[in-house]
Design a binder for this molecule. Structure first.
Ligand code: GMT
Length: 372
């Protein structure tokens, strides 16, 4: 098939998922055209002849306080759809991509599939500033998919969608995120355990809760180490908190890293403490590496983690309970191993590319047949 993909190209989960999906389509022989404002971050190192990137040009003009990105994107989608004879457009994150796709379909008749990921439904989608136009654009799509049952429910309840929303889970490359010995990370102590967190440091990730939890953990386990991987808007407040709690010898901020699989392998416990999530990739990546994960019971997380079986769940915004869960795993190596092994098995059973990618292709085929 000839597939157009639009997403946010940065380090957000929806853009990473969309890009990895495009790469998987290309591996299976499809022609893939990314239409976005920047080269998608996750294409790096995955260059293939059948992956093409079309950058949207947003014309600046003195009269515009807000350059009309949706018009520019819709125009580029329509242009690429005609020029490349696309069979389908798949837009990740509804706002504003669904509206641009709706406009492009008016012109070209190329069908579009909207994939719902997170706050495009839970926060932004129900905001009066976007609701009417966004809802119309999603409701009129040729197909709508959501990355978790939670997201599907939210689409019905919060957006008030009346059409079918199909759940297609997120996936992870289980060969890249595979258990293996830790390489090239020097631990600064022999027996200390390493707790790892990977995120884009957005407020929703609540990284400061984890730092508070560490201040409780280190009172009982002074050797415990926390490695914070990634960067984003909350990094400064996290640094200030580490300083004020006197945790600088226990907590390391690595910034952005391209060797995440190795960092996960070199850790003993993974933590995701967000206040909301739909189907977090970082959780799947940790589990795929057989890292025992502790995550907050929010959104769609419990669809992935079965508490006490393949990971641990804790309530959100509760550093004390998070600290107790960390201490429990920190002291129980056997439990860590059991949870990690089961986590890997969960991923192999449900979240591999082979299990997920074809569900997208089937959806695309069904809408492009309708069009024909
Ligand atoms: O929803 C957002 O604001 C961000 C979005 C993104 O682009 O990272 O995240 C969502 O999509 C990811 C990919 O499906 C999921 O892994 C995340 O759980 C989800 N984030 C939230 O729901 C907060």
């Amino acid at each position: 098939m000839r597939i157009g993909i639009t997403c946010y190209p940065g380090v957000g989960g929806s853009g990473i998922l969309a890009t990895r999906l495009g790469v998987e389509f290309a591996k299976r022989g499809h022609e893939v055209h990314f239409i976005t404002y920047e080269r998608p971050f996750a294409v790096q190192g995955n260059d293939q002849e059948n992956v093409h990137i079309h950058l949207v040009n947003v014309l600046e003009y003195p009269l515009f306080k807000y350059p009309p990105y949706t018009v520019a994107l819709g125009s580029e989608m329509a242009r690429v759809a005609i020029q490349e004879k696309l069979d389908v457009l798949n837009v990740h994150y509804a706002i504003p991509h669904a509206t641009a796709a709706y406009l492009a379909r008016e012109i070209t008749r190329v069908p579009y599939v909207v994939t719902l990921h997170g706050s495009d439904v839970t926060i932004l989608g129900s905001d009066p500033s976007y609701q009417i136009v966004n809802n119309h654009s999603v409701e009129r799509a040729d197909a709508v998919t959501a990355v978790s049952e939670f997201m599907q429910r939210e689409a019905y309840e919060r957006l008030g969608l009346e059409r079918e929303v199909k759940v297609i889970p997120n996936f992870v490359d289980t060969q890249v995120f595979a258990p293996a010995p830790c390489e090239a990370i020097e631990r600064d102590c022999d027996k200390c355990g390493v707790i790892v967190h990977v995120s884009n440091f957005r407020p929703v990730k609540r990284v400061t809760d984890l730092v508070y939890a560490m201040s409780i953990v280190t009172k009982q386990e002074p050797e415990a180490r926390l490695m914070l991987v990634g960067d984003g808007p909350d990094r400064h407040s996290v640094e200030k908190l580490i300083e004020s709690l006197g945790l600088h010898s226990n907590v390391t901020l690595t910034g952005f890293r391209s060797d995440i699989p190795n960092l996960l392998r070199c850790s003993d416990i993974g933590v995701l403490c967000s206040e909301t999530e739909s189907a977090p990739l970082t959780l799947l990546e940790g589990m795929s590496t057989a890292l025992p994960m502790i995550a907050t019971k929010v959104g769609g997380v419990h669809e992935i983690i079965n508490d006490g079986k393949n990971g641990l769940l804790v309530p959100p915004k509760h550093p004390e309970e998070l600290a107790q869960a960390i201490l429990r795993l920190y002291r129980d190596k056997k439990l860590r191993r059991i949870l990690g092994e089961k986590a890997r098995r969960t991923v192999l059973e449900r979240y591999t590319a082979d299990k997920v990618v074809n569900q997208y292709i089937e959806t695309f085929e069904s809408v492009s047949k309708t069009k024909g």
